[in-house]
Design a binder for this molecule. Structure first.
Ligand code: SF4
Ligand code: SF4
Length: 379
């Protein structure tokens, strides 16, 4: 049996030359970029774009890592594109691209930015559940996953497997929390999405990661590595192991391993390069562990109190009905004094929010949604 290989390179700064040389060095251990792409291939790069935050917040994949990968792909004759869907409502994608630094990188390198909210979806099925996956992920010749090493309040860890969850456009991502409020059930959904989108290659930004209450409210943590692997599960498991966590305690690792989607047993993983010794990496408190004690049926019933959906501020609405016309599922009815939502038809795309000229449509949230999403994130 060929062992899964995880290739680690030291990288202590986001200087572009340093990052590019670390990425190239990591790829060497896997046979180089030519093992994954050939000239003319359309390659989708998916960084972590959880929120519209600057690179210095260390929530999103650093633009230097994206630029290094684009440069390597262009040298190999491939055609790189960059796309992701953020965690919350993606109103004004340009703002996300600009603030995260992705826009500047793509302008400099000529790579295309793709908007998952507008690119269409394929509806795919796994484990009797249907998932809407952004078309560019499936249509690309090669899919390269560019996560960042972060903790996660609900699933403990967010890296290569979890990063694929962003291939689901818009607020549909949050809908799955309703279906699967328990961490292990939700991890099963993440693993389904990972299996449906399965990246050919993972290049991980571990120069500065995040510990504590990740994936957005934790603390920046210098780790000093760039890691490459074609096995996302093996890469995540090795990182957990070196950061002091039994990989099998992270539900995405365990479930993906059990389903034969990657290797989580450390003894079966070939590691190239050195993972630095990291002192005092803080894993999130086990808030979510108590949810595992509640039967799934009860936790699902509780989740009826969990919702995030469009709502209209009557003070701002002029009853122009632009939102009615913009709704792809006819979920908004013409009424006075304001239109009315039929939520059972709503797919939470938030086109109505985007199109409203008066900024009268906002994201309404239940109390339990606001509380739990602080712990879970949805990157
Ligand atoms: S588009 Fe905005 S202002 Fe117009 S009816 Fe809808 S909510 Fe009201
Ligand atoms: S009401 Fe229609 S436009 Fe608004 S979020 Fe729902 S499906 Fe989208």
């Amino acid at each position: 049996m060929n062992k899964s290989t995880v290739s680690i390179s030291e990288c202590s700064s986001y200087d572009l030359d340093a990052v590019q040389s670390a990425v190239e060095n990591s790829l060497k251990g896997l046979g180089g970029i030519s093992s994954f792409v050939k000239p003319g291939d359309k390659v989708l790069i998916k960084p972590n774009m959880l929120q519209a935050k600057s690179p210095e917040a260390f929530i999103t994949t650093h633009p230097a890592v994206i630029e290094a990968v684009i440069n390597i792909l262009k040298d190999a004759g491939a055609v790189p594109m960059v796309g992701d869907s953020p965690g919350g409502p993606a109103r004004g994608m340009e703002k996300f691209w600009k603030i995260t630094g992705f826009c500047d990188v793509c302008k400099r390198t000529g790579a295309q930015l793709v908007n998952f909210e507008k690119s269409g979806i394929y509806e795919l099925e796994r484990n009797s559940r249907k998932y809407r996956i952004a078309k560019p992920v499936i249509d690309a010749d090669v899919f390269i996953n560019l996560p960042k090493i972060k903790t996660h309040g609900l699933t403990k860890f967010s890296c290569a497997v979890k990063n694929t969850y962003g291939v689901i456009p818009g607020l549909q991502k949050t809908d799955y929390h309703k279906l699967a409020p328990k961490p292990s059930d939700f991890a099963g959904i993440i693993v389904d999405v990972f299996a449906l989108s399965k990246p050919h290659l993972n290049i991980i930004d571990g120069v500065v990661g995040m510990d504590g209450m990740g994936p957005s409210a934790g603390n920046p943590k210098e780790i000093g590595v760039v890691i490459a692997s074609d096995d996302a599960v093996a890469a995540d498991s090795i990182i957990c192991y070196y950061l002091g966590k039994n990989p099998m305690e992270v539900p995405t690792n365990r479930i993906a391993h059990e389903q034969g989607l990657g290797e989580s047993l450390i003894e079966n993983i070939k590691v190239l390069g050195e993972f630095p010794h990291i002192d005092n990496f803080k894993w999130p408190p086990n808030f979510a562990g108590s949810m595992e004690m509640i039967p799934s049926s009860i936790s699902r019933a509780l989740m009826k109190l969990w919702w995030s959906r469009p709502a209209i501020d009557p003070e701002l609405c002029t009853n122009c009905n632009i939102c009615v016309k913009s709704c792809p599922t006819d979920a908004i009815l013409k009424e006075r004094p304001t239109p009315v939502f039929e939520y059972d038809k709503c797919i939470n795309c938030l086109c109505c929010m985007e199109m409203c000229p008066e900024k009268a449509v906002f994201e309404g949230k239940s109390r339990i949604y606001s509380f739990i999403s602080r712990f879970s994130g949805s990157d």
